[in-house]
Design a binder for this molecule. Structure first.
Ligand code: FMN
Length: 317
């Protein structure tokens, strides 16, 4: 099945997963430059959007170069989710996603995120409200279920399709699995059998080749990559060595920093960018020492100088 979101075609089926604190505009632009077909934003609290809280409004930052982009909403109140969808769909986004997978205590205890996997009625009300109020196509990002005894993904996917959703992304783990343990390909298949809309598989894809293999193996419409893209946006590029040279890593990081300087004010974003920066050295022998140096930078120029100095040192070795 080809990948699309409503009428919007997705040119390549490799998709950047939503990650709070990670998938801001500079990182999405970078992943797009490396070949991502579609990028998802960080999750946005529907109440914050409706009440125009500054931190939520800042998450709406986008531009033409990153299109198509999907922005994600979370919440537990159907009316507020509907209102937030109406606001968001006036923005230049290609689509709106509903978060039904976040396992964080502060989210699930309100009944939002992954808690919706055990509350199909409320899930239906929320999806219906978002679809009715959105002028843009809607996707729903789900988990396999709440725990191994309540695998509700096929049922929730059916409900989502019936309520008007245009695509399902599934992180094939339950809430109780958190972010570890094996990915359940069987439940992805069951979701694909339950609906006619595109299904995007997510969880533990750690290389481009693995994504291609999964697309072939289960025939899903797309693959969504989260953690493995952090500090490694080249995962979206076909044919690139997944353990590239230091020079290649540093070039990607320098471009990332350039995009951050263009698009994000240093306050309050610098710590987030430092957190991205050291990940480019993950798994290399210099990793821990590099992290200490990066964490010491207190301004963008300092961070840039630090990276340039590291480049000189590391490329000489
Ligand atoms: C730091 C971090 C932040 C995340 N934030 C979100 C989020 O805002 N919305 C969401 O639906 N999932 C979020 N996730 C889950 C990812 O989108 C993805 O489903 C999960 O990490 C599994 O995919 P992966 O193995 O490719 O990382 C987050 C994951 C991480 C590690």
């Amino acid at each position: 099945m080809t990948c699309s979101l409503g009428a919007i075609p997705i040119t390549t089926p490799f998709i950047l997963a939503p990650m709070a604190g990670g998938t801001d505009l500079p990182f999405r632009l970078l992943c797009k430059e490396y070949g991502a077909g579609l990028c998802y934003s960080e999750m946005i609290d529907c109440r914050g959007l409706v009440s125009q809280q500054r931190d939520c409004l800042e998450l709406l930052l986008t531009n033409a170069a990153e299109q198509p982009v999907v922005m994600q909403l979370y919440g537990r109140d159907p009316a507020t989710m509907g209102e937030a969808a109406a606001i968001l769909s006036e923005h230049p986004v290609a689509g709106i996603d509903i978060n039904m997978g976040c396992p964080m205590e502060k989210v699930v205890q309100t009944g939002a995120g992954a808690a919706l996997m055990k509350n199909p009625r409320l899930a239906e009300q929320i999806i219906t409200a978002v679809c009715k109020n959105s002028k843009k196509p809607v996707s729903v990002k789900i988990r396999s279920g709440w725990n191994q005894h309540t695998i509700t993904a096929p049922e929730i996917a059916r409900i989502a399709e019936g309520a008007g959703a245009h695509a399902i992304a599934i992180h094939a783990r339950t809430w109780s699995d958190g972010f570890t343990g094996p990915i359940d390909h069987e439940v992805i298949r069951q979701v694909m059998e339950s609906v006619a809309i595109p299904v995007i598989a997510n969880g533990d894809i750690t290389s481009h080749e693995q994504g291609v293999a999964l697309l072939k193996k289960i025939g899903c419409a797309g693959v969504m990559i989260g953690r493995a893209a952090l500090g490694a946006p080249w995962i979206f590029s076909r044919g690139v060595n997944q353990h590239p040279s230091m020079a290649y890593r540093i070039k990607a990081l320098q471009r990332h920093l350039e995009l951050a300087e263009i698009h994000l004010a240093p306050e309050p974003n610098l710590s987030k960018i430092r957190n991205h920066a050291w990940k480019y050295f993950r798994g290399t022998t210099n990793g821990p020492a590099v992290r200490r140096q990066i964490d010491a930078a207190t301004t963008y120029p300092e961070l840039r100088t630090c990276i340039d100095t590291l480049a000189e040192q590391l490329l000489r070795q």
